[in-house]
Design a protein around this ligand. Structure first.
Ligand code: AMP
Ligand code: MG
Length: 345
């Protein structure tokens, strides 16, 4: 009799556990897009969340293969054809994204410059791990800068790329993550999801809310571990950061990072990181990169022409340059608040 009561009690416990509501937020991480992707879904049952995450993972892997600048993927083959002086055929699914990148590049005054593939390769920033060694020879850099590769010169109105000279190799490294989170959110929406964040290594698009409150996210400090600031996002917003700390090499006491100024051929100067809030991942990604290149002298103009009103940049002295729209949104997370160099309407 006594022995028999245990299974019954256990069964009751299991039943209870089964009936209790699952936690409303499902968070998963996986490696994709060359970074750690963190997906949070709110109000989605765990079993459906698992299916959605697996679907997302598959889609993002296929996306990465497609948009890699070299190798056998679609863009790699386009670049190989450009190298041979041919007019490469472009899959219909890639053309709108290329036109979008072209428009954003024009709006940035060519600072976001996806035709810069040769220069990026010369610096070795196309590789996951750049082998140690000196920066490229100044003459080699000057030659590529003087050849003025510009995506504005290309014609994307057919199913092939026309107008590309020998200077052009396409690299969407500054844009693809934005495109990817846009596609990820669009797919989640098509599956009925209304509250989600897709966060690719700190660059993200969020829709809806975290239940009763907005989504809360952190912005990495460019020079310390941990967060510089935090902010709340809701509705449909993308937050993108570009920084000199993400990829770089040191040579003879100098640091060379991966965001190149098309005008000089050298790493951009003046800002260590730039964060924007934008209406899409594509715009946010392109703008964060362009604003790094624009630097303290030109960032206000470029923010306006690229239509991002919430911008925060950290300059080489650690001071903050920001718009009022951003100042209203962020809370600094550092022990003492940083110095504000400028705040513009
Ligand atoms: P992001 O982290 O979005 O700023 O992108 C940086 C990556 O974009 C680099 O690793 C390069 O592959 C590429 N890139 C570097 N400089 C530029 C530039 N001025 N315009 C467009 N892409 C660039
Ligand atoms: Mg970018």
């Amino acid at each position: 009799m006594r022995l028999n009561r245990w299974p019954a009690a256990l069964a009751a416990l299991v039943l209870l556990a089964g009936c209790s509501a699952p936690p409303p937020e499902q968070e998963t991480q996986f490696l994709a897009l060359g970074t750690l992707v963190d997906v949070s879904l709110y109000g989605v049952p765990p079993q459906q969340a698992r299916k959605l995450n697996a679907g997302l993972h598959r889609r993002l892997d296929a996306f990465t293969d497609r948009w890699r600048a070299s190798g056998n993927g679609a863009l790699g083959q386009i670049n190989a054809a450009l190298d041979r002086g041919e007019r490469p055929h472009v899959a219909a699914g890639m053309l709108p994204a290329m036109r979008r990148a072209q428009a954003l590049s024009k709006a940035s005054g060519g600072r976001f410059q996806p035709a810069l593939g040769r220069l990026i390769r010369l610096w070795g920033f196309d590789r996951e791990e750049r082998p140690p060694g000196p920066p490229p020879a100044p003459a080699a850099i000057a030659r590529l800068v003087d050849s003025h590769p510009d995506i504005a010169d290309l014609d994307f109105t057919h199913d092939e790329i026309r107008g590309a000279g020998p200077a052009v190799q396409l690299d969407f490294g500054a844009f693809a993550k934005g495109l990817a989170v846009d596609r990820a959110i669009a797919w989640l929406r098509s599956q009925g999801v209304t509250n989600a964040i897709v966060n690719a290594g700190g660059d993200l698009r969020a829709i809806g809310r975290h239940g009763e409150r907005a989504w809360r996210i952190g912005i990495r400090h460019p020079r310390q571990s941990g967060y510089l600031a935090s902010l709340e996002v809701e509705g449909d917003e993308s937050v993108f950061t570009s920084g000199d700390y993400e990829r770089y090499f040191d040579y003879r006491g100098r640091r060379y990072h991966h965001i190149l100024d098309p005008a000089t051929g050298y790493p951009s100067r003046g800002f260590t990181s730039v964060t924007v809030i934008a209406d899409s991942g594509a715009r946010g990604d392109a703008a964060a990169t362009a604003l790094m290149v624009a630097g303290p002298a030109h960032w206000r103009d470029v923010a306006r022409t690229m239509q991002v009103d919430a911008v925060m940049a950290v300059d080489s002295a650690g001071k903050i340059h920001e718009t009022e729209a951003m100042a209203k949104r962020i809370h600094f997370e550092t022990d003492s608040p940083p110095v504000i160099a400028e705040r513009i309407p």
